[in-house]
Write a protein that binds this ligand. Structure first.
Ligand code: ZN
Length: 192
């Protein structure tokens, strides 16, 4: 399915594996201590394939470069013009091929040299060209990366409610916080 209309945060097409890759760094609900799962996944091919289907596993010596790419991609989330990816594209150039006829897509991007970073960048640049990249966002509170399917791309939080196991509902938490702050301000106005 090309367009995913669900609100569970999954992204359309190749952007979903980019999203899953970005969430290999996460802040779990229970501990609230950041966890980087990249090394553990890269060390066990079966677990890598399960977590990041279709994405080639990296050679051990390129895991640190992937970590830099993950940080670089995260910095550009939510932007319509994520020009900060240029440095990563210099290191992992893409090749453009034109499809001859349907069902081939008219334009296809692929890495000039095969590798994990190149595949991720091909998906990311494809999404930029399709005008979808800015819908990929990180929750300002828990940093979880989700795809915003709202009409005006106005979603801010990972979720408004903790509507499932492992879901934090940062939107509801922020709302409660704002409500308490307003109540405190009203109290001070009333008593001063
Ligand atoms: Zn969140």
């Amino acid at each position: 399915m090309l367009v995913n209309m669900s609100s569970d945060g999954t992204a359309p097409g190749g952007l979903e594996v980019v999203r899953a890759f970005l969430n290999t760094w996460e802040i779990p609900n229970d501990t609230r201590v950041p966890v980087d799962r990249l090394d553990a996944l890269a060390a066990v091919p079966a677990r890598w394939e399960e977590a990041l289907p279709g994405l080639p596993a990296p050679a051990p010596e390129s895991v640190d470069d992937l970590r830099r790419l993950r940080a670089g991609l995260r910095e550009q989330l939510g932007r319509t013009h994520p020009a900060g990816l240029a440095a990563h594209l210099d290191r992992h150039p893409l090749v453009v091929t034109l499809g001859a006829a349907p069902p081939e897509p008219p334009v296809r991007l692929r890495p000039a040299t095969p590798g994990t970073a190149g595949v991720l960048l091909a998906h990311a640049v494809g999404a930029i060209g399709d005008g979808l990249w800015h819908r990929l966002k990180a929750c300002p509170d828990c940093r979880w990366v989700f795809y915003d399917t709202t009409r005006n791309a106005g979603r801010v939080w990972c979720a408004m409610t903790a509507d499932g196991p492992g879901r934090r509902g940062c939107g509801a938490i922020a709302k409660t916080r704002a409500h308490r702050a307003r109540a405190r301000a009203a109290h001070w106005e009333a008593t001063s």
